[in-house]
Design a protein around this ligand. Structure first.
Ligand SMILES: C[S@@+](CC[C@H](N)C(=O)[O-])C[C@H]1O[C@@H](n2cnc3c(N)ncnc32)[C@H](O)[C@@H]1O
Length: 615
């Protein structure tokens, strides 16, 4: 395996995005070399605005904006106090966007402004003027022009950070903490450094001491693989000092400075807690941790769009096939005003708990989370006959709720905590005329009444009747190559991309069966790979003639890719969209004007299968 690197040169943020060479060539060809280079440059940085979805059932967008603006003003005061940086009277132009003063203010006058970036003088009267600051907070936090339940909060970056604070008598400047890639990506999104994320640290770091924070990212190991180069517990010696990291071959990337919250020894002894509280960041995005819990949810804009595109209506029955942690599920529930039923599946037990927790936090009651393999979510003919009180489940898709069954296996199933929700789903489904035995119905009702849920036996839900949902969302597991910030992309090979694509087709095979005629199926991913996007749409349209692409509202993303590409040694030519189809899908380009993650949405209208129309 060979590896390929794409480099972005910034004064102190010099990420190099590593790719498997074949994947790099495949994507470069798909997008064109220049466009793909732009995409890579966008991937290594976070989007410069955070997207907050409002729980409109509990509060209003205006109220959230008011509270967030207040929070931003307070945060600015705290940051200035911590850094000792007050208004410098200069503003900067970053990436062609002129930033308001507050966005540039966290960088001291000593910091180098990015090369070739414009400086402007700002009237001194503005400095510290509360009205001016309020106006800036207002400009940084506003309602999305198309999505009334979305608030955008602007950040800033990349900023140059002064790593040599107090260096007069100490040439190497700050001591250093090196964190894992996952931790680094979280810090770039606005988090602090938590103990498990710390890999290495300079000797003799004391509590309260300022440190430079870098990320250890995989590099080619010379044998076709990758290595990180730092193991947990490493003591950084003077040869690791930050000045050494400033050449492009360094193993870590600077992402900011912060205050150590514990000594070096505690950093590696403790198992949890904040290790470094970030003070100055290369990308300064507001942290929403613990803020307005239950009233807001931090979510990527395209994910909110996907929920809107599904267009769920109050009272409908929706299936979210791959739902954890529940971001889109809860967005759908709010659009349904919490009326109707959403079955939210995930194959991971722990992740189902996340859906339950989020639903409870947002006070949503129409969501029934359950552990199920979406690849086996359609009941087979034999199971239907055995378990649906001998009634055909698909006579009236609007009535045919979950077929809650398999008596044979019921005895062996021990219920776990999160399956409390499943019991609720069972009762709810029964209330709505689901097909299950009377004995099971009585048992489920008794369990709910007596509160004897945990530890009790529960008949496992084996699947759903064909055509039993008004709408299905398949937010498929994917290579996630659109997620940002992404500091490493080398884990995917052509072979792994092919596997994702095949998995998605198998899921889609299930999804199409579960939508009622006249219903809607939405397919989405957070990857850039056309093999998991346009090629899956092509497969769906070619395999199921009763599917057609449906218009999407709102339309915020760009068009899909037309044509195809011969990959996988020429053994499989993957066709994408045909001319005219590209405007029916939405593709979110990380390097595009919306500055979002890479994302893809296709919406299908489901008609009656042709053979049934002929009957
Ligand atoms: C892209 S994530 C879903 C994100 C979610 N829709 C949201 O908006 O929060 C894909 C999810 O699919 C789940 N998954 C993968 N294979 C699955 C399967 N066979 N059945 C059910 N869930 C599956 C994964 O556990 C993962 O949580």
């Amino acid at each position: 395996m060979e590896n390929t690197t794409t480099t972005l040169l910034e004064p102190t943020y010099r990420p190099r995005l590593e790719w498997n060479t074949e994947v790099y060539e495949y994507l470069s060809k798909a997008y064109g070399h220049q466009h793909f280079a732009q995409i890579c440059n966008a991937l290594i940085r976070p989007a410069n605005q955070s997207c907050v979805r409002v729980n409109t059932l509990e509060t209003t967008t205006a109220e959230v904006i008011r509270k967030l603006r207040k929070h931003l003003l307070k945060k600015k005061e705290v940051t200035e106090e911590a850094t000792g940086n007050h208004h410098t009277g200069t503003t900067r132009k970053e990436d062609g966007v002129s930033l308001p003063l507050t966005q540039a203010a966290a960088v001291s006058s000593e910091d180098i402004l990015p090369r070739q970036q414009q400086q402007q003088q700002v009237p001194a009267a503005a400095a510290g003027d509360p009205k001016f600051e309020e106006r800036n907070a207002a400009e940084c936090c506003f309602e999305h022009e198309l999505l009334k339940n979305v608030v955008l909060v602007r950040g800033k970056g990349p900023c140059n950070i002064n790593y040599k604070i107090g260096k007069e008598d100490n040439e190497s400047g700050l001591k250093e903490v090196v964190v894992s890639r996952k931790c680094g990506e979280a810090v770039l999104r606005g988090a602090h450094v938590f103990v498990p994320g710390v890999l290495a640290c300079s000797g003799h770091v004391e509590r309260g001491e300022m440190v430079a924070v870098s990320v250890a990212v995989e590099r080619p190991d010379g044998a076709g693989g990758w290595c990180v180069g730092v193991t947990r517990g490493t003591t950084l010696s003077s040869q690791h000092a930050n000045s050494q990291f400033e050449d492009t071959s360094r193993s870590g990337w600077f992402i900011g400075t912060g205050r150590a919250m514990m000594t070096r020894a505690s950093l590696f002894r403790e198992t949890k807690g904040v290790a470094v509280e970030m003070v100055d960041r290369v990308f300064d995005l507001p942290s929403f941790n613990g803020l307005l819990t239950g009233d807001i949810f931090l979510q990527n804009l395209p994910s909110v769009v996907a929920a809107h595109v599904l267009d769920p209506k109050p009272g409908e029955r929706i299936l979210d096939m791959c739902a954890a942690p529940g971001g889109k599920t809860t967005a759908i529930a709010m659009l349904m005003e919490d009326k109707g039923e959403i079955i939210a599946l995930d194959r991971s037990h722990n992740k189902v708990s996340d859906i339950v927790r989020l639903s409870e936090e947002m006070k949503l009651t129409c969501i029934h989370a359950m552990k199920m393999d979406a690849l086996k979510s359609v009941l087979s003919e034999s199971t239907k006959i055995d378990n649906c009180l001998n009634q055909p489940c698909n006579l009236d898709p609007r009535q045919s709720s979950a077929c809650l069954v398999d008596k044979q296996n019921a005895a062996g199933s021990r219920m776990r905590k999160t399956e409390v929700q499943t019991t609720a789903a069972l009762k709810s489904s029964l209330d709505k005329g689901a097909y299950a035995s009377r004995a099971e119905a009585r048992k489920a009702a008794r369990r709910l009444k007596t509160g004897q849920n945990v530890g009790e036996q529960l008949p496992p839900i084996k699947g759903f009747c064909p055509r039993s949902f008004d709408r299905v969302l398949l937010d498929a597991p994917c290579s996630a190559l659109g997620l940002r910030p992404r500091l490493f992309a080398g884990q995917e090979t052509l072979e792994s991309l092919r596997k994702h694509s095949n998995y998605q087709r198998r899921m889609l095979d299930q999804a199409v069966q579960l939508v009622r005629p006249g219903g809607t199926l939405v397919y989405s991913t957070c990857t850039l790979n056309p093999g998991e996007n346009e090629a899956v749409v092509r497969y769906a349209l070619d395999t199921y003639p009763f599917l057609s692409l449906a218009p999407q509202h709102p339309r915020i993303g760009g068009p899909g890719l037309v044509g195809g590409q011969d990959v996988f040694d020429g053994s499989a030519f993957r066709s994408w969209l045909r001319e005219g189809e590209q405007h029916m899908v939405q593709r979110f380009d990380p390097s595009g004007p919306n500055d979002t993650i890479g994302f893809f949405i296709a919406k299908f209208a489901v008609d009656l299968p042709l053979e049934e129309l002929a009957m």
